[in-house]
Design a protein around this ligand. Structure first.
Ligand code: SF4
Ligand code: SF4
Length: 95
């Protein structure tokens, strides 16, 4: 007989870790910049959304207020800007 799982929320899962792929910030030609006036958790001072954190393949966006990006490892892929529902993230060319 198969025993029922004790914790229904435990399952095989992996997620990106900061710096796992090396210093990926060197790859970047554009950098994501967050507009705090448009970012929902920052604007409302309440934890919500964090879709950028969820989708970032480098795991370099904080789930915090304000939301922050660790530029040493952000590779500039632009996924966070694509996924942000309020268009709070814009990609700016590196100087
Ligand atoms: S996805 Fe956009 S609105 Fe949501 S937390 Fe990230 S920057 Fe803020
Ligand atoms: S551009 Fe956005 S999604 Fe891509 S690595 Fe940087 S913070 Fe993460």
């Amino acid at each position: 007989m198969v025993e029922p799982r004790k914790d229904p929320y435990t399952y095989a899962h992996s997620s990106a870790c900061e710096g796992e792929g090396g210093c990926t910030g060197d790859w970047r030609s554009e950098r994501p910049v967050i507009d705090p006036e448009k970012c929902t958790p920052t604007k409302n001072q309440k934890p919500s959304c964090f879709l950028c954190w969820l989708y970032c393949p480098e795991g370099v966006i904080s789930r915090s207020i304000p939301v922050k990006i660790h530029y040493e490892y952000c590779k500039g892929c632009g996924i966070c800007a694509e996924e942000c529902p309020t268009r709070a993230i814009r990609m700016e060319p590196e100087a």
